[in-house]
Design a protein around this ligand. Sequence first.
Ligand SMILES: [Zn+2]
Length: 347
Amino acid sequence: MRRKAATVKDMEPNSADRYSRQIRFAGIGEAGQAKLAGAHVAVVGCGALGSFQAEALARAGVGRLRILDRDYVELSNLQRQWLFDESDAEQALPKAVAAARRLARVNSTIAVEPVVADLTAANIDDLLEGVELILDATDNFETRYLINDYAVRGGVPWVYGAAVGSYGLELAILSGKTACLKCVYPTPPSGPQPTCETAGVLGSATSIIAALQVADALKILTGAPVQARLTTIDVWTSQMRQIAAPARDPDCACCARHDFVHLDGSDRTPISLCGRNAVQIHERRRPVDLVELGRRLQPLGETRINEFAMRAQLPPYELTVFADGRAIIKGTTDIGVARSVYARYVG
Ligand SMILES: [Zn+2]
């Protein structure tokens, strides 16, 4: 064999053929492909965004993929979560595990690390250790702020993405160089937010956002220039917008003052067990329009409202939300499940 500098061809038998179309693309080339092979990326959340991202990155040849998710595959996921099939839903497999099994068949030459866990301030250092890029596929601002704190503190790039209904948005964050999530959104949105449970979601919306995130991920990993623009897309009205890279806030609590309140846990809403089979979320800074929330949840289960609280039957759970945002979730003693129910139905 002819001797030459180390290439993708030398690293893995057949990989020059497997990735030939990507290598032929001038923006990546052999050098870029070799960088992807050596990369270690985390996908946080493995729902619609995360399952698309994970499969796309696996096919692209990212060498190590860590997939974090705390949920189980359900039939209602299959409409938009590409990695999963009916047998995963029947077995109620953890999404991270189902994803890893599927990805092993998609690309057996990479390492996939499934993690069945809820990402929190207490475990983020362990769960994201060694990762050089984080893809956001979460469904709530609390976890995104946590990722933002972690990423800015460690100088780790991450790619924000969100979608609901027919609409989504995407922004690459080059920690320490471009605006962080707190520069763009200093405070989380208040009141109930549309969620995929209440407003529905189209697989085309989640896929296009995830595809933009993956494209930015490949640029970051291969060292190509990244335009940190905020992109918004509505696939139903066919409106697409790009806002020039948001400016960094010179007084940003996170990336300027390094006040990592989410990472030290001091900003986390306290949660406690309450009764034999219920969890209380002690949110008090999030005024909720109970009538509006009841209207959104009404198609999903029986709701009752009085001037103090809105109660919805969402089997196997019963969700009671008070006007200040506090909530009691009956039907679980698992704090992570309670957080997840709150994020799903209140936003
Ligand atoms: Zn910032």
